[in-house]
Design a protein around this ligand. Structure first.
Ligand code: PLP
Length: 394
């Protein structure tokens, strides 16, 4: 996608819905539109669609259908995991301590902070190293007798680092602590076999893998103590009230099926493009101007992220947009007033770097010529942005 078309390099923000997903969803708007909780034929047709979708997702994740809960988003799945598990533990007096990492998405971070605002809960935020990795030894040391839940993301949205989540989950299992991982960014790159993995709860968001927005998935291992945070009709095994959104559940299942069958070839293609992009950008600037953020190897196949020194990432995103390239900056920014990225701060980047985060994320429509175009345009874009900043802000 380039030249007279726009180049999309923001697949970590969201992805276009695959045509095959749209086709799978259509019948559940046109014919199977009944309420799956109704006992008549309209309802039962819809229910069949919903339960087939649940079964497909369960099979693909190595889980059983009763362990799959449809939510309204990845954020809602994260909220249910943290609030539902901590509340259940509080009610049964099993403990009150929650552990997260310093680079969790806001859906985890803000939820954990809100829980910790209440006197009955305690929170530990684990630091990460310069690559964004959680140290398993530090997790071991942080676990206390009253620890209920550890929530550490499978991979980070901003810097692409993949955590050693199996090792971290194993530590939790040995200590009899529940382990949740936010896999919203990682879902399509990993061959999940949750039956065998030390993971009790897992969050997914289908719009990150060519499925619809407005639906999320929370895997809850059988027997995990959790209470619903939403009251009402008791849908989704009592975990989420509200009439089920059958077309979105069907779309979520189709999207997961497609990325699962296409995973191997897709990962290889993306890794090649990603490495070309990383090499091209690092070769275009000095080490004093740009650095790779996140782990050099343990990173998501589609994810290239950088910090530019003394450059507001938000401004560069706007500048690249004018050149037809859609990218993302980790830091919130209003022109001339860059706000540091908490993730870049957590990996130890100082004020000269931590507002200059940039993320280029690739996907199935990305091509080598997209990457060439970015590498070709970026030096001049940065040069003109620097001159503009000097003129406007002094
Ligand atoms: C790691 C991670 N967790 C959770 C979310 C929230 O997902 P959603 O926006 O679909 O609710 C995102 C969104 O970007 C994410 O990257």
């Amino acid at each position: 996608m380039q030249n007279d078309q726009l180049i999309y390099m923001d697949y970590s923000a969201t992805t276009p819905v695959d045509d095959r997903v749209i086709e799978a969803m259509l019948p559940y708007w046109k014919e199977g539109w009944g309420n799956p909780s109704s006992s008549h034929q309209f309802g039962q047709t819809a229910k069949m669609g919903l339960e087939n979708a649940r079964r497909t997702i369960a099979n693909l994740l190595g889980a059983s259908p009763a362990e799959i809960v449809f939510t309204g988003s990845g954020s809602e799945a994260d909220n249910l995991a943290l609030r539902g598990v901590m509340r259940a533990a509080g009610q049964s007096g099993r403990g009150n301590h929650l552990i997260i990492s310093a680079i969790e998405h806001e859906a985890i971070h803000k939820t954990a902070l809100q829980l910790a605002d209440q006197p009955e809960y305690e929170l530990t935020i684990l630091p990460v190293d310069e690559f964004g990795l959680v140290d398993p030894q530090k997790l071991k040391q942080a676990i206390r007798p009253e620890t209920v839940l550890v929530s550490i993301m499978a991979a980070n949205n901003e810097i692409g680092t993949q955590q050693p989540f199996i090792e971290l989950g194993q530590i939790c299992k040995e200590q009899n602590v529940l382990f949740h991982t936010d896999a919203v960014q990682a879902a399509q790159y990993i061959d999940w076999n949750l039956d065998e993995m030390p993971i009790d709860l897992l969050s997914l968001a289908p719009h990150k893998f060519y499925g619809p927005k407005g639906v999320g998935i929370l895997y809850i291992r059988n027997g995990t103590p959790i209470v619903s945070t939403m009251t009402g009709g008791g849908q989704e095994n009592g975990q989420r009230a509200g009439t089920s959104n059958v077309p979105f559940a069907v779309g979520a299942a189709k999207a997961l099926e497609l990325v699962s069958t296409e995973r191997e070839a897709s990962n290889l293609k993306l890794i090649n493009l990603r490495d070309k992009l990383i090499r091209g950008i690092l070769d275009s600037f000095s080490a004093d101007e740009v650095r790779l953020t996140g782990h050099p190897e343990r990173r998501l196949p589609h994810h290239a992220s950088f910090a530019f020194r003394n450059l507001p990432g938000g401004d560069l995103v706007m500048h690249l947009d004018l050149l037809g390239i859609a990218s993302s900056s980790g830091s919130a920014c209003s022109s001339g007033n860059p706000i540091p990225s908490p993730v870049l701060q957590a990996v130890g980047l100082d004020a000269t770097w931590n507002a200059g985060g940039m993320r280029f994320t690739l996907g199935k429509h990305s091509t080598a010529s997209d990457v060439d175009y970015l590498i070709d345009q970026l030096p001049a874009a940065i040069e003109s942005l620097k001159q503009f900043s000097t003129i406007v802000y002094g």
